[in-house]
Design a binder for this molecule. Structure first.
Ligand code: ADP
Ligand code: MG
Length: 255
């Protein structure tokens, strides 16, 4: 699904990804954990081609087995939930329009977007999956952040992607919404949808996620089974502060 080998991406003066290598197979449930500024969003943006790698002979970058893509086609294949997309959800867009616009790789439907047969049915199915059909005719700026986040996840599912990319999907949610979003991630994972969950909160790592990649300063710091990676020692050296990790009923907590 995702194959990065020695990928370097410059942002401003710095290398946000520095000879970064990662392979994720379709259907895997992976968390990518790292401090702020470690390159997590750059990783996602390199997948969606908002950022481009430096051209180096040793660099290889393939998404779904393909090295070059028409970016609109690529974006329509990828189920993405991010705070950049969330931030665009402020205008007068209805819940249904938001979900439908996943077909066009946009936020909100524009006059040049052509509805094809089957799209409305797909919107209905995606909205039923996230239990947001009652929000179809509501304006986005009138919704709670949890409701808007669920609609954004429904939008990302519109093409039935094999893998969802979630960049900090629980940012700014209250406890109830946090719990709901984690529950929906669990259900989707159990249904076989692959997840690449980017986060800096250990608590987001739902029990269905079995592999954890730690990133620091644009490089992979650790990659392996959750039980081996999420230890107090490893996280303390990654975050460079003393961290205590506990596991309870499949969830991990740190303080
Ligand atoms: P994370 O998502 O892990 O917090 P990012 O991938 O957003 O990290 O950022 C990685 C590095 O790239 C950081 O040092 C950040 O300051 C830098 N960076 C991010 N966006 C930009 C930008 N638009 N211009 C310049 N530097 C940026
Ligand atoms: Mg980020």
């Amino acid at each position: 699904m995702i194959h990065f080998q020695n990928v370097s991406v410059r942002r401003g003066e710095r290398l946000a990804l520095n000879s970064f290598s990662l392979q994720v197979n379709a259907g895997e449930h992976v968390a990518v954990l790292g401090p702020n500024g470690s390159g997590k969003s750059t990783l996602i943006k390199t997948i969606t081609r908002e950022c481009y790698p430096l051209l180096r002979p040793e660099t290889r970058l393939e998404i779904m087995g393909q090295g070059s893509w028409n970016i609109f086609e690529l974006r329509s294949h990828i189920g993405l939930v991010s705070n950049d997309l969330m931030a665009q959800c402020t205008r007068d867009i209805t819940g249904r329009e938001l979900v439908l616009s996943g077909f066009f790789g946009s936020i909100g439907v524009w006059p040049n977007n052509q509805n094809q047969p089957g799209m409305e049915a797909a919107v209905q199915t995606a909205m039923e999956r996230l239990e947001v059909t009652h929000l179809a005719d509501r304006w986005l700026d009138e919704l709670s952040s949890g409701e808007a986040r669920r609609l954004l996840i429904a939008r990302a599912l519109i093409h039935n992607p094999e893998t969802l990319l979630l960049d900090e999907p629980t940012t700014s949610l209250d406890l109830t919404a946090l719990h709901e979003v984690r529950q929906y991630m669990r259900v989707l994972a159990q249904e076989g949808v692959g997840l690449v969950l980017i986060t800096h909160h250990l608590d987001d790592i739902i029990p269905e996620i079995d592999r954890v990649v730690l990133i620091r300063e644009g490089q992979v710091f650790a990659d392996g089974p959750k039980e081996e990676v999420l230890t107090s020692d490893r996280l303390s050296s990654m975050f460079r502060v003393p961290v205590q990790v506990v596991e309870r009923s499949g969830f991990y907590h740190a303080w």
